[in-house]
Design a protein around this ligand. Structure first.
Ligand code: CA
Length: 243
């Protein structure tokens, strides 16, 4: 993993100079993938093609108020973080932003260090929510212990460090407690897709999990594919249930 607070960021900002500054700030945070749109409609197109885990959203855009995008994303259960930017710093504007589903609100002008601090805080908040849920689950057994703050999971081959996306995928499957999880659910819940693309992404990432967790990745016992249905996490395979 590279230590970036988020993996893929969508920047929706129509002021070119500010957009450039933001891209530099995001690059300093080592965010590997940054997409940029100057309009709401452009952002919607990008959202069909990519899964973003953070959206930095301006409010005053050429084709409307960024908050409308924020509202429609939340209505469609977008699970990523949304940070609103605006020249409107008044308290009622901020409340309006948060009520429409933004996770945080940053009035312009701002110093890039403040932006960076807020992005890190959003990342930590996301991880600590995950930690609490996982702490309960991890008490059962040292195997499959999850450490969200270090993005690692204890598997049959020992501690495995993961990227934020791999960690999210693995924990989603592990927390399903043996239930079958469909590709569609994973694309929505882990990748945050609003529209489901035809993609082999889930298979590819399952392959990555098997490579690091399975003793024999070609014959997985824990992260198994259920033909025509999706995937299933099996904590203890039947073959290991002796006496
Ligand atoms: Ca603007």
């Amino acid at each position: 993993m590279n230590g970036a607070p988020f993996e893929t960021v969508l920047l929706v900002e129509d002021e070119n100079s500010l957009a450039q500054t933001l891209k530099i700030a995001l690059a300093r945070l080592k965010i590997p993938e940054i997409q940029h749109s100057t309009t709401i409609s452009g952002a919607e197109e990008l959202l069909k093609l990519h899964a973003f885990d953070l959206i930095i959203l301006d409010r005053n855009l050429p084709d409307g108020d960024g908050l409308t995008l924020c509202e429609s994303l939340r209505a469609e259960s977008f699970t990523g973080a949304i940070l609103c930017l605006t020249a409107k710093g008044e308290i009622e504007d901020r409340v309006e932003g948060l009520e429409s589903g933004a996770d945080d609100y940053l009035p312009k002008p701002f110093h890039w260090e403040e932006l960076a601090a807020r992005i890190r805080a959003l990342s930590r908040r996301k991880e600590s929510l995950a930690t609490r849920a996982k702490e309960k689950a991890s008490k059962k057994s040292p195997l499959w212990t999850m450490e969200p703050d270090r993005l690692r999971i204890f598997g049959p081959r020992g501690w495995v460090e993961l990227t934020p996306l791999e960690f999210k995928l693995a924990t989603h499957l592990i927390q399903a407690n043996g239930a079958i999880v469909s590709r569609e659910e994973l694309l929505k819940e882990v990748w945050g897709f609003r529209f489901l693309p035809k993609t082999r992404t889930t298979d590819y990432f399952l392959g990555r999990l098997r490579k690091v967790f399975e003793l024999d990745p070609d014959h997985p016992k824990h992260f198994v594919t259920v033909r025509g249905a999706g995937y299933r996490f099996i904590e203890v395979p039947a073959s290991d249930l002796k006496d």
